[in-house]
Design a protein around this ligand. Structure first.
Ligand code: NAD
Length: 253
């Protein structure tokens, strides 16, 4: 049997399905992955150097500007066929959950309801000092034209600087979020891992955790990212093509 057919058959037999997604699922919506070069004014910047508390302390206006740019990019992006096919499967009555590393909201905008954001989201900033989260006015998210920097707004409670509610390198994943993810991953029969390189830990351990608890793991990626386990299947292709094809083969949806 072909890898795609075996993957479709295991999905069909599953009671609980978890989609574990990474930057690759949003790449075809126009949001660059970690491995893509940044564009425009940001082309000379390394995102990994900007996504740390140290970078924010040293240059808050630049780091805040970087996230305003990313927020704008995510806002302009639309959910693609891969995000939409996950929602379609859930809407067909299957038990489907999403655990994502992405900070965009494309799963929610595709209509998915059960979504755990391991690395936070761009939605609502929080205070760098006291962690209080705050709603901002739309004009506070604007980045002046031809500019990379904007001074972050201040917290109304303690006057600390606001930062994005995302997990930066060197920060610990909140215990509650990890537990919520583990409850889903530990209880699934099939984990479909889409568009993730498996480099950023502890999220990168999730396919292995699913395998250890007896699930089948289906990887959907442009390249082979399998770990060599027995209950692993590798579907190579673009998320927007491979995922709808997989669900069509398994469920005719
Ligand atoms: P990554 O950038 O390390 O890897 C992306 C993976 O997706 C690669 O394995 C690549 O081969 C694959 N890929 C690229 N295009 C694809 C496509 N069209 N179809 C299928 N696969 C495709 O991303 P990661 O593993 O998610 O980890 C990096 C970290 O970057 C995460 O913590 C995440 O929070 C953050 N990030 C998020 C976003 C977002 O929210 N959209 C974007 C960039 C980075």
């Amino acid at each position: 049997m072909q890898e795609m057919e075996r993957a479709a058959a295991s999905l069909k037999a599953a009671r609980n399905i978890v989609f574990f997604t990474g930057a690759g699922i949003s790449a075809e919506s126009g949001i660059p992955t970690f491995r893509d070069e940044l564009t425009g004014l940001w082309s000379k910047q390394d995102p990994q150097q900007l996504e740390t508390a140290k970078a924010f302390r040293e240059n808050p206006a630049l780091v805040w500007g970087f996230y305003l740019w990313r927020r704008n990019q995510a806002k302009q992006a639309r959910p693609n066929a891969a995000h939409l096919s996950i929602q379609r499967l859930a809407a067909s009555g299957r038990n489907v959950a999403v655990v994502t590393q992405n900070i965009d909201d494309l799963h929610e905008r595709a209509g998915s309801i059960d979504v755990v954001h391991l690395h936070g989201s761009l939605k609502k900033p929080k205070c760098f000092a006291c962690a209080r989260s705050t709603d901002l006015e739309p004009n506070q998210y604007a980045l002046p034209e031809h500019s990379m920097e904007r001074e972050p707004p201040r917290c109304v409670r303690c006057n600390g600087r606001l930062r994005p509610s995302v997990l930066w390198f060197g920060e610990d994943l909140p215990v509650g979020i990890w537990k919520a993810a583990m409850a889903k991953v530990g209880g699934c029969d099939v984990l479909v891992s889409v568009g993730t390189s498996g480099i950023v830990t502890p999220a990168a351990d999730i396919p292995e955790i699913a395998l250890t608890s007896g699930a089948t793991v289906i990887h959907v990626n442009l390249v082979d990212v399998s770990l060599g386990a027995n209950k692993e299947l590798m579907v190579i292709g673009k998320a927007t093509q491979a995922l709808p094809a997989l669900l069509q083969a398994g469920f005719s949806i």
